[in-house]
Design a protein around this ligand. Structure first.
Ligand code: BDP
Length: 604
């Protein structure tokens, strides 16, 4: 799905700002009441984009389970009389319904991917309409991510889930009103290759309506470097300027749709010319071995929850650069498109993950729950074909949205699912096949949980790269780094011996209270976090097929409360307000040295 853009033939109006907001106490959607049928009866207002949970002081809003309503009036620009009019919601977490006046125009499941509706027939250029968006935060055994809703003794609903981050909900990303011509570009797919010093750009344009297509490729200065006619084709760029880690050079493919020689639609698609490949135990970008440094992140900040914020976007990428990192994983859901665009422009490498997190009854809310008796639950016990359908949709929509981002070098189809139980291989095999069918150009992986070592995991055989989350020195061998080091190395050598595939440590880390110091290696101290990471690094440097290290987590983040979390997960290298802990300085020394060593190779 194309991002709304202002072009010679398209306009966009941001609908961000303050909307009327109401919590649905009567389950309106389920009972037939219709809050969208007139002005919302409420005194509350909420900003878009933002999760609603932490905005209000009322705990009944923060912990609400079910529908909430957002409403505002929108005026269609008067110049749009000849255009199609589109409402686009960048994300509604987790289930969204959109009403134009009294009419339902869109419904979407999956809280981190966009959807849109063509509302042309319901609105008039120059006039106002009432836009109401309902958002349901419930997670069930059939959703991605899954969860369970139960009813408490006093009738209130309670939501539980098996992932370790707070179930922030609402309209956490932008909402747009967009115009586009009746005959228009519906989709664009770009695949790049390198032939000597020539860049090869294969493109495919899908149209709505009958028309001709012509394309031109411009470089970063705007100069045309190649052109072609037809909806599919190949462009060759002499002396191509490659997209490199650390140097995100972008071309623009300007797609023009013509009818009788007149341009009726224009859409610019950014293009980074680069290749990605797995070769034995190596991960190659542009034919050069690439070593991932960086983090698993979250979209998370105080007050906004998962609300997208351009200031945090810029600041987080500044900190990624400051610390010398070259990559991150969109743990544990697709991130806002603004993030992906920024990564493209700045040469940050991304492992792009679906929202399939917590497909694991054996660990519950974070690995810590495993100790609380979840270990005897089975995958088949509750996760069924409906969840697999939702998972398929999630893969399809993620690849549909992000396929043209050069920063994305690999798809991760799930985080820490149960891959030990019978039936998990038959659940996952078709999902890997689907991802490869949708995108034959990028490696596909999933992130393996500590309870599924090489001789136990039934799914690693399908992955192109082994992505491992390990907590030796924390959940296992906690406080005993000598044992942790021995166990970690033994396990990594086990994977290397059995598979020989490239390995990335996609999570390793220790909860750390900023400001807690100790002369001993005390868990929760800043010193322990730094020592533990250093121990992992010694091991990584000894294992040849290690191709990356992504610390858990970039910053402290909010989780549901419980006995294992005090105001959230504290494994951040930065605090929730992005102040460095001691480990940040240690990582900076290691990663900037590594980055400087790669100067030339990675274009820095
Ligand atoms: C892993 C999960 C991650 C958790 C982390 C932890 O992938 O989401 O936050 O453990 O326990 O199991 O800190």
């Amino acid at each position: 799905m194309l991002t709304p853009k202002i072009t010679a033939t398209r306009e966009v109006v941001s609908l961000d700002g303050i909307w009327k907001f109401a919590v649905d106490t009567g389950a309106a959607v389920d009972t037939g009441a219709a809050p969208w049928a007139g002005p919302l009866e409420t005194t509350l207002e909420a900003p878009v984009p933002a999760s609603y949970n932490d905005l209000f002081t009322d705990p009944a809003i923060r912990d609400h389970v079910g529908w909430v309503w957002y409403q505002r009036t929108v005026r269609v620009p008067r110049g749009w009389a000849d255009d199609r009019v589109i409402v686009r919601v960048d994300a509604a977490t987790h289930h969204g319904v959109v009403y134009v006046d009294d009419r339902l125009v869109a419904e979407h499941e999956g809280g981190y991917l966009p959807f849109e509706a063509d509302i042309t027939d319901l609105v008039t250029a120059g006039d106002e309409f009432r836009l109401t968006i309902g958002v349901d935060n419930r997670l069930t055994p059939d959703t991605i991510p899954p969860g369970t809703v139960t009813t408490r003794a006093d009738g209130r609903l309670a939501q539980s889930y098996m992932h370790d981050f707070y179930n922030y909900a609402g309209l956490a990303r932008s909402v747009w009103l967009a115009s586009r011509p009746a005959v228009h570009v519906d989709d664009i797919t770009v695949v790049t290759d390198i032939d000597g010093t020539t860049g090869v750009v294969d493109y495919r344009v899908e149209l709505a309506g009958a028309a001709d297509v012509r394309v031109r490729l411009t470089d970063a200065t705007g100069a045309e470097v190649a052109a072609a006619e037809g909806a599919t084709g190949t462009l060759r760029v002499a002396d191509a300027h490659l997209w490199q880690p650390g140097a995100g050079y972008l071309y623009t493919l300007v797609v023009e749709v013509t009818v009788d020689g007149i341009v009726v639609d224009e859409y610019p698609q950014t293009v980074g010319i680069r290749t990605v490949a797995v070769d034995g135990g190596r991960f190659l970008i542009n034919g050069q071995p690439f070593y991932f440094t960086g983090f698993g992140k979250h979209e998370d900040s105080a007050v906004r929850g998962k609300g997208h914020d351009d200031a945090y976007l810029v600041h987080d990428f500044q900190l990624i650069d400051w610390i010398g990192a070259n990559s991150f994983r969109t743990s544990h859901y697709p991130y806002a498109e603004e993030v992906m665009d920024f990564a493209d422009r700045h040469g940050i490498v991304v492992i792009d993950e679906t929202a399939a997190v917590g497909l694991n009854k054996k660990i519950g809310g974070g690995i810590a729950d495993m100790l609380g008796g979840a270990a005897d639950k089975d995958f088949a016990d509750g996760f069924g074909p409906k969840m697999q359908d939702a998972h398929r949709r999630e893969i399809r929509e993620l690849i549909g949205r992000d396929k043209n981002h050069p920063s994305v070098v690999m798809w991760s189809i799930a985080n820490e699912p149960d891959t030990m139980s019978e039936g998990t291989d038959t659940y996952f095999e078709p999902l890997f096949a689907l991802a490869r069918e949708l995108d034959p150009t990028r490696p596909v992986t999933f992130v393996n949980v500590m309870m599924a070592p090489p001789n136990v995991c039934r799914v690693s055989k399908f992955a192109d790269v082994l992505c491992l989350n390990r907590y030796y020195g924390w959940y296992v061998d906690g406080g005993d780094l000598a044992s942790a080091e021995a166990h970690l190395e033994a396990e990594l050598r086990g994977w290397e011996g059995m598979y020989g595939k490239p390995m990335i440590m996609t999570e390793y880390g220790a909860d750390t209270i900023a400001g807690y110091h100790s002369v001993w290696d005390q868990p929760w101290s800043e010193e322990y976090q730094a020592s533990m990471l250093a121990m992992y690094h010694r091991v990584f440097d000894r294992v040849e097929t290690m191709v990356g290290e992504q610390v858990w987590n970039f910053a402290d983040f909010q989780t549901s409360s419980g006995f294992f979390r005090v105001d959230g997960n504290k494994k951040g290298v930065f605090t929730r307000d992005r102040k460095p802990k001691a480990a940040a300085h240690a990582l900076r020394a290691r990663w900037t040295a590594r980055r400087d060593d790669q100067t030339g190779v990675n274009g820095r």
